[in-house]
Design a protein around this ligand. Structure first.
Ligand code: SF4
Length: 335
């Protein structure tokens, strides 16, 4: 079946009409405005696309999508071990807009903007202003990759890299493809989930045309985030042969049950996406209330393993600063 394509600027229109006022969001859901803590968001304001808000259940103050975006009073509580740079990325930032943590892959901060502000975001305090990729910085990034012949993969990250217009993204991908030792281009994005119209014809064409093997890693935490529009967006990516994976974050009160994780894996797979990683929370200041202890996470994934085939069980992992790769946490078998 041929995919149907959204208009080229529908996603930009959605970006222009984000909900940024907690009171407006709560009113839309028929909830009292007192549920939000107006002072909790500071620099990291509430930001949510209208189509994502439409997937929240009216009247449900525990809605798993709402809890991911609503500024709450607990964010003001300072907790030992939770800081501004939980992954020590500022020491792996050799060029503006470039993070080189792992030997064969490099991460490019293609954009400091996002369509949605997830309260648990590990880069919520990241100095995006100091990492903007203007033409001069972009050339320095290309030079860095060119001289580091051990690199095989460029990862476009952010913020959300798909906030970048298609014309600029296409140019970036074309220029990266001229570097012989690169083999893959990976895009980490939540946009196809929160604004599925972002999967435009121009984006898919650029990814299908490059000699680099394209991989998209989505960020979806709960099955309720996947609706028909998201399924159609994933189908558009897959129609061009793009590998689509998902990584989720394990979040207290949102997806910290075996049933929620099972439903997420099954929903993703039936939509054409393989569950890839389930991350335990990075200890970022303001997000401690989402934390699930490692032992509980390992137990949960052990139970998931007993219910699902192996390919539907995401790898439980933590990122530890200074390690040469993600650190896998072994599931514990249920007794
Ligand atoms: S979409 Fe990703 S980068 Fe943006 S706020 Fe959410 S977790 Fe952070």
């Amino acid at each position: 079946m041929h995919p149907t394509w959204p208009s080229a600027d529908a996603w930009q229109q959605a970006l222009r009409t984000l909900i940024t006022d907690p009171a407006e969001l709560l009113e839309l859901l028929g909830l009292p405005s007192t549920l939000a803590d107006a002072g909790a968001d500071g620099e990291f304001r509430l930001q949510v696309p209208r189509s994502f808000a439409a997937r929240m259940e009216p009247g449900n103050r525990q809605d798993p999508l709402l809890l991911q975006v609503l500024p709450q009073q607990q964010e003001r509580v300072s907790v030992a071990g939770f800081g501004a740079d939980p992954l020590a990325e500022r020491v792996s930032n050799p060029r503006q807009g470039l993070i080189h943590k792992y030997r064969d892959r490099v991460l490019l901060i293609a954009s400091g903007g996002c369509a949605i502000n997830c309260r648990y975001c590990f880069r919520r305090h990241f100095p995006y202003q100091q990492n903007q990729l203007g033409p001069e910085q972009w050339q320095q990034v290309l030079d860095y990759i060119q001289t580091h012949t051990e690199l095989r993969e460029a990862i476009l990250s952010g913020g959300d890299p798909l906030v970048t217009p298609d014309s600029r993204l296409s140019r970036m991908i074309e220029q990266l493809a001229t570097i012989d030792h690169l083999q893959r281009i990976r895009i980490h994005s939540r946009l196809p989930i929160v604004i599925p119209e972002r999967v435009t014809h121009a984006l898919v064409t650029a990814l299908a045309a490059t000699r680099l093997q394209p991989v998209i890693v989505l960020h979806c935490n709960h099955a309720n985030e996947v609706n028909d529009e998201v399924r159609a967006a994933i189908a558009r990516l897959r129609s061009a042969g793009i590998t689509v994976l998902n990584q989720a974050v394990l979040l207290r009160g949102i997806n910290d049950s075996v049933a929620a994780q099972q439903q997420l894996s099954e929903t993703l797979f039936s939509s054409g996406v393989l569950p890839y990683y389930l991350f335990v929370l990075d200890p970022v200041a303001g997000a401690a209330h989402f934390d699930v202890p490692d032992a509980e996470a390992q137990q949960l994934v052990g139970e998931l393993q007993a219910r699902l085939p192996g390919y539907l069980v995401p790898r439980l992992a933590r990122e530890i600063p200074g390690q040469p790769s993600k650190t896998l946490l072994m599931p514990r078998r249920p007794r």
